[in-house]
Design a protein around this ligand. Structure first.
Ligand code: NAD
Length: 484
């Protein structure tokens, strides 16, 4: 697969990761009560490599009966060995899962890239290490909950039903499973239908760790399977990460029940560059915020606000940097921008590219040869974007940046907050006081100062407004699985 940069006088030699070490079975059942279980319907669906659209494996299509079996197993484990176990013993299992994940890190990174299309650099350096770190971090708290929440009597909630999206399949599974186990709950988790493989590989690790049967159950399927988990009467806590549209449906469906819920939903982050910012550093932050990982990031800095006085400089440097981005084989260690996760997502992105032009914005894409098979989109930037344009208002979830300018700080705060979302934002300035002033005024759960897309298991993450409620990570993430 070609990875060309036409504007450079030289090219990197291909450096593909050896896919052979990744063991992917031809077919996977559900992981229920510690056993691989065929779907009750007998139906399976394909999961494909978005870089080639070739089949990787087939996985079980979960029915309500399968979900019921998984919830039953989780309940029995909760009432039985897991519920009775001390925090100290629970912690040992969670540490074991973290260490097993580290041992198999390379295999996990390759499978994440094969199934999801993200560059191996991302899976290898971000997704897998961070996922292991979430298990380590939460393992450490399992026997210290009374110190985490002093003077409060805490207890677990019961069975957690967890549904996750396709953009960080393993990391989202870790965000959900690790705190649930540390706090003594049991789990039924459903990965996204286009990226089920690393959650199923995680099931292998869970089995190897000796975790009692039924504590973690993985059921695969699409939206209906997710709905069956969320609506199951014996699920005590719903943890959902995905689109705002589905989040709203879930909120409606559990209204009036006593289920606890955390919803981590969509975003339309503002990345704000002030005139006193270190411009080269800021340009790298813009690229990291929207182009690496194809913009398949809920907190992607998809709206860029540049102070008018530095607009020309920022755009010149950004376009030059975009010309050097390597788009292509996600398994190649040099690749910056991988494949779009699915044909459907590519169609959505293309619809927005058209909408941007129709709404009067100016589109720029660097010259790069896209591979002839698979799902690809060139890194794209729009300038001259109206605040009302669809590309400035709606979540695109692709490598597409909408740039606007501003003159004053109050103006940019108003523009940045003019969105239904409130997940994340970035501010670039030489003055700490300005960073604090602006970040306090931004309606976003996470604001990065002079950096972008930094994550740590100890730091809570989550949104306001239509980006959802509840936090994952840190003590806030643990609290979401506890009754006080
Ligand atoms: P999606 O909402 O289409 O699907 C997410 C998951 O929900 C999938 O597993 C899907 O099968 C399941 N699902 C679909 N319909 C359902 C229903 N009616 N009931 C229960 N489950 C159902 O989202 P997606 O396209 O997979 O992921 C992209 C979205 O996720 C983006 O909007 C992105 O911003 C968001 N996201 C948010 C965060 C965050 O932390 N806030 C993190 C990652 C992704």
């Amino acid at each position: 697969m070609a990875t060309k940069q036409k504007t450079l006088e030289w090219e990197y030699a291909p450096a593909p990761e050896a896919a052979k070490i990744a063991k992917v079975a031809k077919r996977y059942g559900h992981f229920i009560n510690g056993k691989w279980t065929a779907p009750s319907s007998g139906d399976y669906f394909r999961t494909t490599n978005p870089a080639t659209n070739k089949k990787l494996s087939e996985v079980a299509d979960g029915s309500a009966a399968d979900v019921n079996a998984a919830v039953k197993a989780a309940r029995v484990a909760y009432e039985g060995p897991w519920g009775k176990m001390s925090g100290r013993e629970r912690g040992k299992y969670i540490f074991r899962i973290a260490r097993l994940m580290q041992e198999r890190a390379r295999e996990f990174a390759i499978i994440e890239t094969l199934d999801g299309g993200k560059p191996i650099r991302e899976s290898r350096d971000i997704d897998v290490p961070l996922a292991a770190n979430h298990f380590f971090y939460n393992a450490g708290w399992a026997d210290k909950l009374e110190y985490a929440f002093p003077n409060r009597k805490v207890s677990s909630l019961g069975v957690a039903g967890q549904v996750i999206p396709w953009n960080f399949p393993l990391l989202m599974a870790a965000w959900k499973i690790a705190p649930a186990l540390a706090t003594g709950n049991t789990v039924v988790l459903k990965p996204a239908e286009t990226t089920p493989l690393t959650a199923l590989k995680l099931a292998e690790i869970i089995a190897d760790s000796g975790l009692p049967d039924g504590v973690v159950n993985i059921v695969t399927g699409a939206g209906e399977t997710g709905a069956a988990i969320v609506n199951h009467p014996d699920v005590n806590k719903v943890a959902f990460t995905g689109s705002t549209g589905v989040g709203k449906l879930i909120q409606k469906s559990i209204a009036g029940t006593d289920k606890r819920a955390t919803l981590e939903l969509g975003g339309k982050a503002a990345n704000i560059i002030l005139e006193d910012a270190a411009i080269d550093q800021a340009v790298e932050g813009i690229v990291n915020g929207i182009y690496f990982n194809q913009g398949h990031v809920c907190c992607a800095g998809s709206r860029l606000f540049v102070q008018e006085t530095v607009f020309e400089e920022v755009m010149w440097k950004l376009k030059r940097r975009m010309e050097t981005l390597i788009v292509g084989d996600p398994l190649d260690k040099n690749t910056d921008v991988g494949a779009i996760n699915s044909k459907e997502q590519l169609k959505t992105i293309q619809k927005y590219l058209k909408a941007g032009v129709e709404d009067g914005a100016e589109m720029f894409q660097p010259k790069c040869d896209l591979p002839s098979t698979g799902n690809w989109c060139s890194p794209t930037v729009f300038t001259n974007v109206a605040q009302s344009s669809r590309i400035a208002q709606e979540e695109i979830f692709g490598p597409v940046l909408a740039v606007q300018t501003f003159r004053t700080v109050p103006e940019v705060i108003e523009k940045a907050n003019n969105t239904p979302y409130g997940l994340s934002a970035g501010v670039w300035s030489d003055k700490g006081a300005r960073l604090f002033q602006i970040s306090n005024a931004l309606e976003a759960g996470v604001v990065w100062g002079n950096t972008y897309n930094q994550f740590d298991p100890a730091s809570p993450f989550g949104g306001y407004k239509e980006s959802g409620f509840g936090r994952e990570g840190g003590l806030h993430g643990l609290a979401a699985y506890l009754d006080f």
